[in-house]
Every structure is written in structure tokens, then in C-alpha cells.
Design a protein around this ligand. Structure first.
Ligand code: AMP
Ligand code: GLY
Length: 436
């Protein structure tokens, strides 16, 4: 198979690396990728077509006779890349434009969850600020979460500890329009307390295969302090999972969501990423994403014992059940190991504290830097310029280490991180800390 990966971050570098490791894949293309990916993958074809250039991507896939396309970013999915590729008889893993609303519209996702009986935080929907403000006044709880309905550059969720904060959030979003004029639909959700876990299932509209769990660290600084980011590091599997939790999540989250989506005329194919909270009252869904997680993918893929390529192809073909029957297992085989992934970010990242994200810093690897068989280096915001690696994005790079025990994986990941240097580098020192 010739495979095309769409996107340019650490997630896509991990996908390119993983998919290139099986004999069933002859060549991997990435669009647009980044010029540093070739440092670890010299054979990778990095093609400069934007992840938002639908016709450019179609032309690339047709010209290169791509057999299977895997999409990273949600924006590409919600633009309708899957519909376009399928109309042109190209095999692609991912949800249709309609089904992508599970991520792009909080209200759509809530409605499906409610109808399918999937446990989630209680919520109310608002189309004007004054009604939302009145609701806040009468709410029995001080704590609540204000969420924009549409995609809002990752800034559309405001966790409020007081009614005052909730009022400010509603006013700035709906009256002052700080995230844009198009924000005219919000939901206000019950605040949930507990441990957050990301869980992943590969779906084909009818059937699914559970891919694993991971715990992301979304805040910039140690101890879950500082602003929200795209994710500063992750460990897998989620250590708070008890024996029956995977089965429970499959039966009470993924299975009813697939039926619910089908019933709504939006059959879900692709990666279903459930953001879950383990609360005192059990598991609840915080959100769904319709794609691989970043940085979760950077640890989930290295933990697979077998290649995901045949599973992805089966998902795109609607043949997950057939593959499961053939192989005699419900999911790809996993290594008996744990993994820790640590992200290094640029000075100023995530750019929400009044400092701009600084790009162009030179990245140095100490002479003692050496990757072992259980270590993986992924470039996210990096470019190669005159023979030097330079920072080119907020999240710059990440290192994954695997080991029998999570504590050893953590130690190894941090040993490697300590040998990578660039001015202004930021990273958390507590990814996976205190976990066994
Ligand atoms: P979302 O984009 O919906 O995942 O929200 C981003 C982050 O906000 C989540 O990862 C949680 O940390 C937090 N969050 C979202 N919804 C809730 C909720 N109902 N209660 C508490 N925290 C939440
Ligand atoms: N790690 C969270 C996300 O991919 O959205």
C-alpha cells in the first residue's frame, strides 16, 4: 500500500513512523508534514500541500495512486476531506463532514449522547447572552463549564470556579465576541471532578476496535498549573483503569455512540476519541474528538505490538468485524509495556499569557543523545534550515520511552529530554509522576 498521512505535527510524525514499519506499506507520504521528519525517516515523502487544501490533497492522492489516507487534524475532517476522497473512490480513514460534528459541535455531541444514553455532564444550551446570564444566577452550583458550540481555536472551553467567572466567560464570548462574531451558541455544563482519561476506538460505522487509553497533561506547568495547552505529555495505559473499565467503556460509550450516530444518519467511521472523567459516580464523557489525539498517538502507536495499517484499511473498508474474526482478536496486539511521552514547547507557548510564541530557536542534541529500541523522537514544530533544526511551532518535539514499568519509561524519557536543548524550551517535569 502507498499511504498518505495528512497533517504536520508530532502525531503525524508518529503515524508516518509507525505505518512505514510494516511490509504491507511500500511508501509513506505526508502532507504538509515538516522538513524535520526526514531526520528520522529519510524515506518519507514530505509533500508541501496544506492540510486545508482539499483539491490539492485529492490531486496528490490521485497522482500518486495512494491506497489509503489517514487524517490527523479535525479541521481537515470537518472540511469534508472524507466525503471528497470517497466520491473519488479513494480509501480514507475518518468520519464524514456530518459525523465530524461530534467534535466541532458540542451541542450535536450532547444530543447524540443524551439520545444514546451515554453518561455525560448535565447541560443547557443558549443562543443569547442574557438567557445564559439568568441561568447562571439561578444555578445551584458555583462551579460550571462554559463551552462554545463551534470550533474556537481550542479556546472555546472555560472551566469556571465561580458564577462570577461564568458571567465573565459568557459576556466575553457572546457580547464582546472575543473569539469572533460567529460564537452565538454556547452550552453551560455541570462541573465534573475526577481523573481524566483519553480512550480510543477505531470504528467503521458498525463495529469498532478498542485501541487503548492514555492520560494527557493539558496544563503548561507542573502540578497542573498554568494555561491550557494542546497537551504537554502523556502516559499510557491510564493507570486509574480497573479490570472491568475497558469493557464498561466499550459497552456504555463506544457501542451506543456508534448506534446513536447511525440512527442520526451520521454513521461514524474513523478514530473515536472519548475524553472521559472517572468521577465518584462513575465514568462520564467530557467530549468526543473524531481523530487521533496529539500527543496520545505518540505513545499509543509505539505500544502496539502489531501494525495498525491492516486495521486502518479494514476501518476504511467497513470490515473491522471481518478482520477481528480472521485474526481471532478484537484489537491490535499490544506490548506488555507502559509508555511516557514528554513534549518540549517553544518560549511563550501557548501564547495566552501575553507573550508571543517565539520561533526560530536552534535545537541542539548533546553528543550523548542516543535513541534505544524503546525510545521514539517525534518532531512537531520543527524545520530544517541550512542544515540546522529550528523551532517552528508551539509544541516543538516530543520523546516517548517504553518500559516494563511506567517509572522506568518516565526515567528514560526524561534522560533523553535532558539532552535536547534550545533557548526558551519549556517542558513539564511531572509527566507520569507518582504513577505505577
Ligand atoms: P473539552 O474541550 O470539552 O475536552 O474541554 C477541555 C478541558 O476542560 C477538558 O480536558 C477538561 O479538563 C475540562 N472540562 C471540560 N468539561 C468539563 C466538565 N464538565 N467538568 C470539568 N472539567 C471539564
Ligand atoms: N490531546 C488532546 C487532543 O488531541 O485534543
Amino acid at each position: 500500500m502507498k499511504v498518505l498521512v495528512i497533517g504536520n505535527g508530532g502525531r503525524e510524525h508518529a503515524l508516518c513512523h509507525h505505518l512505514g514499519q510494516t511490509t504491507s506499506v511500500s511508501q509513506v507520504f505526508v502532507a504538509p508534514g515538516n522538513s524535520a521528519m526526514n531526520e528520522t525517516l529519510p524515506e518519507l515523502q514530505v509533500v508541501s500541500v496544506s492540510a486545508m487544501d482539499m483539491n490539492g490533497l485529492l490531486e496528490l492522492a490521485l497522482n500518486e495512486k495512494i491506497d489509503l489516507t489517514v487524517v490527523g487534524p479535525e479541521a481537515t475532517l470537518s472540511e469534508g476531506i472524507v466525503d471528497l476522497f470517497q466520491e473519488n473512490n479513494l480509501l480514507i480513514v475518518g468520519p464524514s463532514k456530518t459525523a465530524s460534528q461530534l467534535e466541532t459541535s458540542k451541542a450535536f455531541a450532547k444530543k447524540i449522547m443524551m439520545d444514546a444514553g451515554v453518561p455525560t455532564a448535565g447541560y443547557s444550551e443558549f443562543f443569547d447572552a442574557d438567557t445564559a446570564l439568568k441561568y447562571i444566577e439561578t444555578s445551584p452550583s458555583e462551579k460550571m463549564v462554559v463551552k462554545c458550540d463551534g470550533l474556537a481555536q481550542g479556546k472555546g472551553v472555560v472551566v469556571c470556579m465561580t458564577k462570577y467567572e461564568a458571567r465573565i466567560a459568557v459576556i466575553s464570548l457572546m457580547k464582546e465576541k472575543i473569539l469572533g462574531e460567529n460564537i452565538d451558541h454556547i452550552i453551560i455544563e455541570e462541573f465534573l471532578e475526577g481523573t481524566e482519561v483519553s480512550a480510543f476506538a477505531l470504528c467503521d460505522g458498525e463495529s469498532f476496535s478498542f485501541l487503548g487509553t492514555a492520560c494527557d497533561h493539558k496544563r503548561l506547568r507542573d502540578g497542573d498549573l498554568g494555561p491550557n495547552t494542546g497537551g504537554m505529555g502523556v502516559f499510557s495505559p491510564a493507570s486509574c483503569l480497573e479490570t472491568n473499565d475497558e469493557k464498561w467503556i466499550n459497552e456504555n460509550v463506544f457501542a451506543p455512540m456508534l448506534s446513536g450516530m447511525k440512527k442520526a444518519g451520521a454513521s461514524f467511521s474513523g478514530i473515536l476519541f472519548a475524553g472521559l472523567m472517572k468521577t465518584k459516580l462513575g465514568w462520564k464523557v467530557l467530549e468526543f474528538n473524531v481523530r487521533f489525539g496529539d500527543p496520545e498517538t505518540q505513545v499509543l502507536l509505539p505500544l502496539l505490538e502489531e501494525n495498525l495499517a491492516p486495521w486502518l484499511k479494514a476501518a476504511a473498508n467497513g470490515e473491522i468485524k471481518k478482520l477481528q474474526d480472521e485474526l481471532g482478536r478484537l484489537s491490535p496486539a499490544k506490548k506488555d509495556k507502559s509508555g511516557v511521552h514528554v513534549v518540549m514547547a517553544a518560549h511563550g507557548y501557548p501564547g495566552t499569557e501575553g507573550v508571543k510564541v517565539r520561533l526560530g530557536d536552534t535545537i541542539h542534541f548533546l553528543n550523548t543523545f542516543e535513541l534505544g529500541a524503546n525510545d521514539y523522537l517525534y518532531f512537531a514544530g520543527v524545520e530544517k534550515n541550512n542544515g540546522q533544526l529550528k523551532t517552528k511551532g508551539g509544541r516543538v518535539l516530543g520523546i516517548t520511552s517504553l518500559a516494563k514499568k511506567l517509572t522506568l519509561a518516565r526515567q528514560s524519557a526524561y534522560e533523553h529530554i535532558s539532552k535536547v536543548q534550545f533557548d526558551g524550551a519549556q517542558f513539564r517535569t511531572d509527566i507520569g509522576k507518582g504513577q505505577v
